[in-house]
Design a protein around this ligand. Structure first.
Ligand SMILES: [Zn+2]
Length: 136
């Protein structure tokens, strides 16, 4: 239970988040579920302060040692924050994950941060989210 998942509130990725936690052996991990997942932590000012305050409370209350930072493609919160489509979402998500990982590991010494992206696949048979994939 000394783990925490930070992920997006989009219900379409909820099952993928749960599958990831089960795969990692932490189905009962704490969860911080907000629009965009790591997104508020990339914003300066009050958004980041509030998010860090929530994380601090969970980390201290549950002696969290590992944080799973989970972004996903086709994220409406990201699209709104960035003013629409037309950017390389995967590249941008991975860049933000690495920045937030550094922020969290600096803010919470002793906590390891692991990053994941839930990919969106479209092909001839349809479109769906795939299993979460690790980001180095
Ligand atoms: Zn989202």
């Amino acid at each position: 239970m000394n783990t925490l998942l930070i992920g997006c509130s989009d219900g379409r990725v909820a099952a993928r988040q749960s599958a990831l936690l089960a795969e990692l052996g932490h189905p009962d991990a704490n969860r911080l579920i907000v629009p965009g997942g790591p997104l508020p932590l990339t914003r300066p000012g009050s958004e980041r302060r509030v998010a860090l305050g929530c994380i601090r409370e969970i980390v201290e209350e549950h002696d969290v040692r590992t944080i799973y930072l989970v972004a996903h493609q086709e994220c409406a919160a990201y699209e709104r924050a960035l003013g629409g489509l037309g950017f390389d979402q995967r590249e941008l998500l991975e860049r933000d994950l690495r920045r937030v990982k550094t922020l969290l590991e600096t803010s919470f010494p002793g906590v390891d941060v692991c990053c994941f992206v839930i990919p969106w696949h479209e092909d001839g048979t349809g479109a769906a989210y795939g299993p979460a994939a690790p980001v180095d």
